[in-house]
Design a protein. Sequence first.
Length: 588
Amino acid sequence: MSVKVLPEEVAAKIAAGEVIERPSSVLKELIENSLDAGAARVSVSAEKAGKALIRVNDDGAGMTPEDLRLSVMRHSTSKIVSFEDLDALDTYGFRGEALFSALAVSRLKITTCRAGDEAASFIEGDSGGLRAEGRAAPARGTTVEVRDLFFNVPARLKFLRSDTSERAHLIRVVEEAALANPGVSFSLEVDGAEIFSLKADAGPWESACLARARELLGGRVAAGLTALELRAGELSLRALFSLPDSLYATRQNQFFFVNRRPVSSKTLQQALYRGYDIMRGSKHPACAVYLDLPPAEVDVNIHPRKADVKFREEGAIFKFVSGAVNARLLKAQRASVALEPGAIPAPAAQPAGEQRAVFGTGIPPAKAADEASLTDDLFAAEPAPGASGPSWYQPPVNYLGQLAKSYLVFESGGGLLVVDQHAAQERILFERYMDELTAGTIRVQPLVIPLSVELSASQAENIMRWQDWLKGAGFEIGRSGPTHMLLHATPALFYFSQEAAQELFGYLSEVLGEPSRSDEALKRGTIATMACKKSVKARDFLKAQEAVRLIEDLKAAKDSFHCPHGRPTLFHIGRPELARRFQRTTVI
Ligand code: ADP
Ligand code: MG
């Protein structure tokens, strides 16, 4: 076979394939161009899930007729001139490939006009080149119309999903842009029907983003969000995310932005979950997380569609985010554990800050001390654990009895305190184990008769790769054949039944699948949550002394309000709330 240079048109289509995978990828590029042009309003319409038409109209700066012609050429961009410019990038675009690609795989028309121009200019064309150009009535801004996407690339067309699915992608793209740019108004129309129309809100980010979240995610989801804002040097984090009692079955409502760009980032996502002490795969928070950092600290260039990001300091970013989320959640919990909003007075008031030890429950004090991380520094100045204890603990605390062998009832501060003994025991065990793990003082309990568990050969193989790491965590495991695992010893804190061992191994084989990649703190948190769950029995009679012991231990916990899986451990109805319920005018 002889070597040939591809005809221009073929090369262009191939290159376009990298930028434009589906209708939503064109839409994303066009919206970004509008935002780069300083638009205050972006109006999007689509027909037939974007396959027939995608039109983006903005009121941005517009282009001169010369720039308009250049804009559809390959590598034509007004945004960077040298490679070094990438380190100071503050625009979405920089490759100069979007319009070029759109021209290669659709029938494209662009109409544009700058403020003060006497007329707008337009160009029209497709992969065969420009077919028409001319003038139109002046209206500041730019309209880009992409018709019949992939009409000349049938293979691509076949690859597209159902209209419903492609439409969902289109909507998601506008949602992302709208959440990242609350100062810009967005509207979206699909097949002539308005999907949404969002007013610009130039106010503070928190209220502006919340308003967007309310419109886009619905009032119920928005009502369950809390906000945080944190700066550390050049790093800035703003986030809206669900309170632990407002989690969802899917990850649908999670949005991450790095320097205003929607991204999918394992690091950010894991950091968020770490902040909750919950295991991935069970329940999911909704969130809009905005991380801003110097462009040189992040590589957005690793993917042509710029969907994934890589941080220069992955570990530091992880800690920064998980620590911030965790601290914020603990604060919110103290303020809000009540049956109804506003039901609880705040006798111990809101603590001024969180003790540094609480941040990232997976990274307790001893570790924090020798690991001067970003987040540690942030919280170091805040007060040590308050001697007064958590707000629900108001002496004298008297034990009243047990309900259904599961709940412990106390009088606390003249109010009613109900504790889920199982959740409380889990929380206490979890923190003890994490402390031992961190201090390297795990006490190990050898099993006289090892527990034997049967697994698939590949599962067993998977777990064996973790043998050394598990040993450090107090679990000694071995093998008695390709499909039989043995549990020889466990941390002394835990009690494992045969059944629990079976579950533990099954669980480990899934969760620990990727040895090298996962974060150490995350791994430890995961095994701790799992082990605690397996070690505590729900229905168990407790003697009064044991109940009192439990409540004292819980009081000392870093997060006494939730079990390691995020379930509440207790609720407290204070005296004012009791009085209110009985319609008393004075609080006894
Ligand atoms: P990039 O965004 O990477 O520069 P594009 O192919 O998306 O490349 O766009 C090429 C150029 O066309 C941009 O650099 C910009 O100057 C101009 N342009 C594109 N869309 C618009 C728009 N909506 N308003 C004003 N100028 C635009
Ligand atoms: Mg662009």
